[in-house]
Design a protein around this ligand. Structure first.
Ligand SMILES: [Zn+2]
Ligand SMILES: [Zn+2]
Length: 363
């Protein structure tokens, strides 16, 4: 029997099929390609996508896969083809592994990177097609084009929000939504991703940010900590009139962001957007959505949607250092890495625990 000597074993959060994950021993990652680095994870977190995998919604994930696609860490080994990084450097890991050379990467559409590491045409492979970041160590492919330096004054906790949640809200909601200086925007859904869109709208100078949700606590939170200037409870009978009254000339919002992923919220975005405005869908949908094109075709409404490219990290980090928004406000809980299973439990029961982002630290 081959024995594995000490120093070659780490702890990791391993997926073993539907509703079966464990914090267990796992062989250390190794450099496989010259463009790889090995990172010791200092800080990581859990994403809603990890819960989808746990639930068995993504059966393509193999038994034995280490989950996680967000984190901050220290480089402990460098492949011979890596130019920009050395041992001891600290970095933010992007949720998208971008080869930097394919047609999609060159266009900034890294979410469709044709890299040979996993599913061709999908840039998100961490904790999905290859082992991820919820571990003591992780192999990072394409290190030169998939890591960010941590600017002075940015904490690990803030940096961790730049792996996935902030780029998702910002790139798909605000940037691709075409938010401009002085705009009135609405974000339907005041969960973590909706809040990320609200807070990063400051980068584009949105004048009014209307948070729409069913939960008054979430709405208050959106106004207190995430840059919403107004809120409307979607359960109010006159919610629509309330929103329209907040817009210029009562014509509707310039940009309506959908951050839930169910049909009615996307349909409501079309209701509240003004002629010439834009609907930006951030939510992950599980069913077809009927849009009343017979009503809307004449309105010159644009619509955008997509998977995060995570190419705006520098800009988001600048926003953090400039004090435009407080990324750390997304964090609700802290755990030691050895309490990974507790972190999952807390995140999974977000309704009761009010968890948004849980920060997991390796000492
Ligand atoms: Zn994620
Ligand atoms: Zn690529």
């Amino acid at each position: 029997m081959m024995s594995i000597s000490k120093g070659e074993i780490m702890k990791a959060l391993v997926y073993h099929g539907e509703r079966n994950i464990a914090w267990e021993e796992h062989p250390d990652p190794k450099i496989l390609q010259p463009t790889d680095v090995i990172v010791k994870i200092d800080t990581t977190t859990i994403c809603g996508t990890d819960l989808h995998i746990w639930k068995g919604d993504m059966p393509e994930v193999e038994d034995g896969r280490i989950l996680g696609h967000e984190g901050v860490g220290t480089i402990i080994e460098v492949g011979e083809g890596v130019k920009n990084w050395k041992v001891g450097d600290r970095a933010i890991l992007s949720c998208v592994s971008a080869c930097g050379e394919c047609e999609y990467c060159k266009k900034g559409l890294t979410s469709h990177c044709m890299n040979p590491e996993g599913a061709k045409g999908l840039g998100w492979i961490f904790g999905y097609m290859i082992d991820g970041t919820q571990a003591e160590k992780v192999r990072v492919p394409f290190a030169d084009t998939s890591l960010y330096r941590i600017p002075d004054g940015v904490s690990d906790e803030q940096g961790c929000m730049v792996s996935d949640i902030l780029p998702t809200g910002y790139e798909i909601g605000i940037r691709d939504g075409g938010v401009k200086e002085g705009d009135t925007i609405a974000v339907i859904g005041a969960g973590p991703v909706g809040l990320a869109a609200m807070m990063t709208s400051a980068l584009h100078g949105a004048k009014r940010v209307i948070a729409i949700d069913f939960d008054d606590n979430r709405l208050e939170n959106a106004k207190a900590k995430f840059g919403a200037t107004h809120s409307v409870n979607a359960g109010d009978e006159d919610w629509f009139e309330q929103v329209m009254a907040l817009t210029e000339g009562g014509l509707g919002v310039d940009v309506a962001c959908e951050a839930v992923g169910v049909p009615v919220t996307l349909q409501n975005c079309f209701k509240i957007v003004r002629p010439g405005g834009q609907v930006a869908n951030i939510g992950v949908h599980g069913a077809p959505v009927e849009i009343a094109m017979n009503k809307y075709w004449i309105q010159n409404i644009r619509m955008s949607m997509g998977l995060v490219n995570a190419v705006e990290g520098e800009r988001l980090l600048q926003g953090i250092t400039d004090g435009k928004f407080k990324a750390e406000n997304l964090v609700t809980h802290h755990f030691d890495m050895n309490d990974m299973m507790d972190a999952y439990e807390t995140f999974r029961n977000a309704k009761e625990t009010k968890a948004m982002k849980v920060i997991i630290t390796q000492k």
